[in-house]
Write a protein that binds this ligand. Sequence first.
Ligand code: SIN
Length: 475
Amino acid sequence: MNNINNASLLTKMTEESHQTLSIVNPANGQTIGHVSKQDNNEIMDAIERSQIAQTAWAALPAKVRAEKLNRWYQLIIDNQEDLARILTTEQGKPLTEARGEVLYGASFIQWFAEEAKRSYGDSIPAPSGDKRLVTIKQPIGVACAITPWNFPIAMITRKAGPALAAGCSFVIKPSELTPLSAFAIAELAYQAGIDRDVLQVVLGESPEEVGQIFSTHPLIRKLSFTGSTRVGSILMTQCAKDIKRTSMELGGNAPFIVFDDADIDKAVEGAIASKFRNAGQTCVCANRFYVHSNVYDDFVAKFATAVSKLKVGNGLEDGVSVGPVISAKAKENIQAIIDRFVDQGAAPVKPIQPYGGLFMAPVVLRDVKHGMKGVQEEIFGPVAPVIKFDSDEELIDMANDTVYGLASYFYSQNIHRIWKVAEALQYGMVGINDGIISTEVAPFGGVKQSGIGREGAKQGLDEYMDVKYLCFGGM
Ligand code: SIN
């Protein structure tokens, strides 16, 4: 790796602390590295250092913070290949996807470097002639994040980018399963001139303990979390005591809808992209498919044929499009969901090929009914249950029949239907004739139990800023 001295980083961390964590490649079970875990006191120290560093960081002109962020962006781009290989080795996704994630992750740093210079306030017409009213925006202070294993780089940069741009300092706890990517990009931030106390990566004694510290420590003003709704709810409850701000990007149960006026080939293309990206392990992956009865057989046949061409294997190998799932427990859960659907009368369109290790064949299940057990669950794996529908009204009820509200997708070529359905879907994001909606320029986030707050876009910066109102009297 050009700029990342992993060996010295890891040795330093091992010397400094007591416990180490082994990082395992999900494609072959081999240990690929060790990182140290901090104890609770070390995490408290990190937060205190973060508080001291934040004052100086916030005092820098936004333009200077932006320059440092732009340098960080460029270093990530320069190291794309090495970062992608670290990512695939610890997380499992195919190398092409990992390269894409590095670019996607870097895009948040670049976007927020620009936004840093545009955190404008307002001038408000006063209700009386002797007053002048304005608002300014100021950084919240020390912010922290708990990030998941499915996007070990992008879920960090989507939070760190706006936090640092706003003038916050930032403490991150990455997933214990994928910390190497986190340490690698943090190292590049330091090389870009971002102070080590402004951006810190910590791994604690347990995720629960770090969550407890982050959500109760008096110096922390904001917690951003990406993960399950269950854990998000615990963290929000803990944060409520001291009225800490939170951003929560939680579970999803995305419907993928194909109307009978859809371009079926395009719908199949979108379905493959949306369902099998990262082996189905994203919060925005299509989770259940609703296809109009007039085109059901056609869609299912074409979809299953496209799925049968996906190559399962080690993400470092050429041509692989579906890597391993993250753990034995995940594989067990996904298999249980398939078995439950089959027990209730659903059927795999093609015979399911058994794979060893953490690999799983991508599966299309037909004859699934909306009322079956499993339809309400977030699958987080390469399984596509396909349900038939007949009317738009019935479809909207079924699509909205979930506690989640993150992403949704539909394919139609009728502009009247497109507007009606887009407005009726109770989701934070709607892909219309498109299976990939994620981008740094648009607000990512959900409604209902899928979370609160938005990441990326112009909205992303506000999550790390307070609005202050200034009232000038006697003018
Ligand atoms: C996620 O799964 O949480 C993020 C997916 C994305 O950014 O596209």
